[in-house]
Ligand binder design. Sequence first.
Ligand SMILES: *Cc1c(COP(=O)(O)O)cnc(C)c1O
Length: 400
Amino acid sequence: MSRLIYLDNAATTQVAPEALDAMLPYFTEYYGNPSAIYGFAGKAKGAVEEARRILAEGIGAKPEEIYFTGSGSESDNWALKAAAEAYAAGGKHIITTKIEHHAVLHTAEYLEKNGFEVTYLDVDEKGIVSPDAVKAAIRPGTILISVMMANNEIGTVEPIREIGAAAKEHGILFHTDAVQAFGHLPIDVEEMNIDLLSASAHKLNGPKGVGLLYIRQGLKLRAFLHGGAQERRRRAGTHNTPGIAGFGKAAELAFRNMEQRAAYETKLRDYLIGRVLTEIPYTRLNGDRENRLPGNASFCFRFIEGESLLILLDQNGICASSGSACTSGSLDPSHVLLAIGLPHEIAHGSLRISLSEKTTKEEIDYTVDKIKEIVERLRNMSPLYEDFVKKSDGKDREAG
Ligand SMILES: *Cc1c(COP(=O)(O)O)cnc(C)c1O
C-alpha cells in the first residue's frame, strides 16, 4: 500500500519527461552564459530565444513582448508595482478582486500603503467577477485593472474578454494573472485586450522557479530587477537557461495537446464531481459547475475540518489540498471561499482535487471511496453533526 495518488496539480505539476530532456543539455554541456559573445554561448542563447518564440506564439504575442522571470509571483509583483508607478501621473486608483492569488492581493495591499487606492471587487456565489461591476468601479484616476483568468482554489474561469474590452474602452491597463490558465485554456492577448499577463512554468509540467510576464509593446514599465542588461534591460540576472528551455518545451506540449487534454480532464472531473455529490451528503461543489478549469474540483463537506480530511487522505497515499497552499498552516479559512459567501464553518471543510492528464479513473474511484469513508468517520466523531442529524432527520442534504 505504498501507492501515491497525486491530485494537487493546481499547486504544482510533475515535469514532463520531454521538458526534462530539453533542460538537461544546458546544465553540463551548453552551460555558457546566454548573454556572452563567443560561439559557445550561442546554443544557450538559441534555447532562450526558441522558448520565447513558442511561449509568445501560444498566446498571440510577439517574442519581444515576453519577459522571463523567476516565478508567477514575481510576474504579478512586477506587473502591479511597475504599472502603478509608471501610470501614477494619470491617477492612483487600481481595480482588482477579492479572489486573486496572494501574489496579487498582497502586492495591492503594499501599493495601498504607498499612496494608491485599491477597489477589491466582490464576486458572485460561483466566484465570477461581473464585467459590469468592473465598469462601475472605473472612475477618473483608474490606471490599472487586474483580474485573474482562472481561480486557483475553486477553478472558476473569469470573463476576461469582456473585462479586457471594458479596460480598453476606457484606456486603462489590463493585467491578468493567468498562472492557472496558461497552457490549459486558449489565450489570445489581442482578442482579449490583455496588456500584461503572468504565467509560471511549474503549473504546466515545466520546472519550478521560472515564469514570464507578457508586456504589451509600447508600455513603458520600469525594470523589476536592476543590474545587467538581460531581458531588454527590464529584468536583470543571468538567464535560467535550463528552466527557460523546459518552460518552452512544456508549453509547446501543452499548446499542442490542449484540446485533447482538457476534454480528458473535464470528463474525469465531472465523473468525480458526480460521484462525490451523489454519494456524500451535506456536500457542496465550489465554483461554477461548467465554467471551470478542466482539472479542478473543489468541495466543502459540512461538519468536518478540511485539515483532518487532508491528513487522513495522506495516510492513504492521496495528495490533495484544502484550496491554497498559502493558507495551510493558518487557521483562517480561505479568502476565496469567504468571498463566494460561505460561512466560516463551511469554508473550513474544504477540499480541492486537481487532476492531470495522467490521472486515471481507477485513481479517482479509489479517492472517492476514501473520501466517503473518512468524511463519515469524521462526522461520526462530530457533536455538531450528531445534533444536526437529530434535528433535521437528515432531510436537507445540501450544504450551505
Ligand atoms: C501558483 C500561482 C501563482 C504563483 O506562481 P509561482 O510560480 O508559484 O510563484 C500565482 N497565481 C496563481 C493563480 C497561481 O495559481
